[in-house]
Design a protein around this ligand. Structure first.
Ligand SMILES: [Zn+2]
Length: 338
């Protein structure tokens, strides 16, 4: 037997044993289990639902987290479908899928901030075992799933108060990890098949699941697709993306069905200069020129007006839909090819 292959398989199988033990799910090789990660002090309302699909043969561990933002329904549904559809007999390695990480926000049907503490769970990873409900939930996902991962996929989309075109983020990765895998985050992005993909800088303070994965040197991506309402197009982008990544890294047999040429972009975010009424003059997907007036903010009387001017030329990939705006809310994001 090929000694190198044996060594790699031993590394994978040892880690799968640790992952299974950490989840508390009794999952022998070739099984699928469903359960919850218990969030101490906030159980059962905040407990994190989990599919664990353990293949018969060793292979990489993939962690998929959706619903960190509770209103991003298409990514939640896509993750749920992949969890339901994956057959452990066809899997090499293990796939851990959290369909909805932030149940308090999901059930409160809220888009901005999560009950009970008004926090954005996408800024709380790796979490805190003695913190708020959501900090603890983030900690359970980080310490029981992500630390064992060979790949992390963090799934998002528009919520009901936003409009986007599909795009994908690759945060800065820690290059100092000793473990070398046969794929990096760009390979995952190509397999996911979202054309607009770009690096984002390091995050100061807490981040999302993707930032924690990247900080450990684990190839990690964050994919944004779909509206805040269930529709097959957005669900399909995520579903095909996840399945293609699983093929790309050998968890599933076969080659990715589409491996798309992706554009390397940077993202320019435009934030609200003041609190008041927001009016957009642009659409998602529209190309705007530097200096173009793309929106305005007024006070409650329509008197004091601040124009929102495009700081760069590029394609709009995000627009906030609500009239209400608070100082520093994100209003637009513009994609710039680099
Ligand atoms: Zn999100």
């Amino acid at each position: 037997m090929d000694l190198k292959k044996l060594e790699v398989e031993t590394i994978f199988s040892d880690r799968i044993e640790k992952l299974v033990e950490a989840t508390g799910l009794d999952a022998p090789p070739g099984s699928k289990k469903k359960g919850f990660l218990n969030v101490e002090g906030f159980s059962p309302e905040v407990d994190v639902p989990l599919f664990l699909i353990r293949g018969k043969n060793p292979g990489p561990i993939v962690v998929i987290v959706a619903g960190i933002h509770g209103g991003e329904h298409n990514s939640i549904e896509a993750a749920r479908r992949v969890g339901s559809d994956l057959d452990p007999d066809e899997v090499s390695g293990a796939v851990a899928i959290v369909p909805v990480a932030n149940r308090p926000a999901f059930h409160a049907r809220t888009h901005n901030g999560s009950p009970p503490d008004g926090q954005n769970m996408g800024r709380l990873f790796p979490g805190d075992s003695e913190g708020t409900a959501l900090e603890r939930a983030a900690y359970e996902i980080s310490s029981r799933l992500i630390v064992y991962a060979d790949t992390v996929m963090d799934l998002h989309g528009a919520d009901g108060l936003e409009m986007i075109i599909p795009h994908l983020y690759i945060p800065e990765h820690n290059e100092n990890n000793e473990e070398k895998r046969n794929w990096g985050p760009w390979d995952l992005a190509e397999a996911y098949g979202i054309e607009i993909s770009g690096y984002t800088g390091p995050r100061v303070g807490g981040g999302s699941a993707v930032h924690y994965g990247a900080s450990l040197g684990i190839p990690s991506i964050l994919a944004e697709a779909g509206s805040g309402f269930l529709e097959e197009e957005g669900i399909g982008i995520h579903y095909r993306g996840m399945m293609n990544v699983l093929r790309r890294i050998g968890v599933l047999e076969g080659l990715p069905l589409i491996e798309r040429q992706i554009r390397n972009v940077k993202y320019e975010k435009i934030r609200s200069p003041m609190t008041g009424f927001f009016y957009s003059f642009a659409e998602v997907g529209q190309f705007v020129n530097k200096g173009q007036v793309i929106g305005k903010i007024t006070d409650y009387f329509g008197d004091e007006t601040t124009e929102i001017i495009a700081p760069v030329s590029g394609e709009i990939d995000f627009i906030k839909l609500t009239m209400a705006t608070n100082k520093d809310n994100g209003l637009f994001a513009i994609v710039v090819d680099i």
